[in-house]
Design a protein around this ligand. Sequence first.
Ligand code: DQA
Length: 148
Amino acid sequence: MNNKIIIINGPNLNLLGEREQSQYGSMTFDKLKEMCKKKSQELKLEVVFAQSNVEGELVNIIQDSRNNSDGMIINAAAFTHTSVAIRDALNIYKKPIIELHISNIYKREEFRQKSLISDIVTGGIFGLGTDGYILAIISMQKLLGNEN
Ligand code: DQA
């Protein structure tokens, strides 16, 4: 059976391609989703791609995925810097988690330089644009011992 991963996206990432292109590039959210699905298929991973602008919904998605996924890639977007609830939900998820940011949060405003989740995830990727999603999928495949 193929491993199953979930890629979770937080607020405003649905507007990729439209919002702050200087930070996030020109790729649309739909194109990103398509690219992630293609890469996952290539690596024989099943993938679920989720997005919500609502904190509680993200907590529900994280909780629900604990029993039906093997690994998680999460760009919690602005909630990275504010949400104890998302941190707590991630702490309950006892499988590999990769934190992802399109931009380099450590080169930006001070309030973005603090992540409430970095110290509880397996590893992180930031500042490499939307390519970071592809790199995260490759790393997740290795973390799951799924190299072909
Ligand atoms: C982001 C960085 C966050 O600070 C910001 O609020 C986002 C996107 C990133 O991918 O670079 O919405 O997580």
